[in-house]
Write a protein that binds this ligand. Structure first.
Ligand SMILES: [Zn+2]
Length: 163
């Protein structure tokens, strides 16, 4: 994970199957599936449970915007408190407001790690867009907007479709 690698398919599909078995009512999967084998495994799991996916949301975002956004994320290395270089900096630079620990960017958010993850996304996850478009359940929203606006787009598309 530190190297920006994805979790192996069989590990993650096992966890999701466990989750789906125990899920009551509707549920939202965030960050799964990330590969075609995972997507096919999910279809099989859902079929076994007599369920199906209603919608898939693609948040399409400019890769360089993702790199610059993640570079702003900071975290306390002692207590894990989240900070943001612009919108929520610690009162004293590099020092946690709560515990006084060191505040820095996570290794996962370093630009070179993010670019590697984006390349992996292109190779392994991007094919899911066509997979779900073919099934007629794909929504694409604009991730380049401010977070509240992207959220509104998702909400307006899913909101009238049964909350
Ligand atoms: Zn702290």
């Amino acid at each position: 994970m530190d190297a920006g690698k994805l979790v192996p398919d069989q590990v993650i599909t096992g966890l999701v199957e466990e989750f789906l078995r125990n899920a009551k009512g509707g549920c939202l999967l965030d960050g799964f599936p990330r590969t075609l084998p995972q997507a096919r495994a999910l279809d099989q799991m859902l079929a076994k449970l007599g369920e199906k996916l209603d919608y898939v949301v693609e948040v399409r975002t400019d890769p360089e915007l993702i790199v610059s956004r993640l570079a702003q994320r900071l975290v306390c290395t002692s207590c894990g408190a989240p900070y943001h270089a612009q919108s929520k900096p610690p009162r004293q630079e590099g020092k946690c407001d709560g515990c006084g620990g060191k505040v820095e960017r996570r290794a996962d958010d370093a630009p070179e790690t993010i670019r590697r993850r984006l390349a992996e996304y292109q190779e392994k996850t991007a094919p899911l867009v066509a997979y779900y478009r073919e099934k007629g359940i794909l929504f694409t929203v604009d991730g380049n907007l401010a977070r509240a606006e992207t959220y509104q787009q998702i909400k307006s598309k899913l909101g009238d479709a049964g909350e």
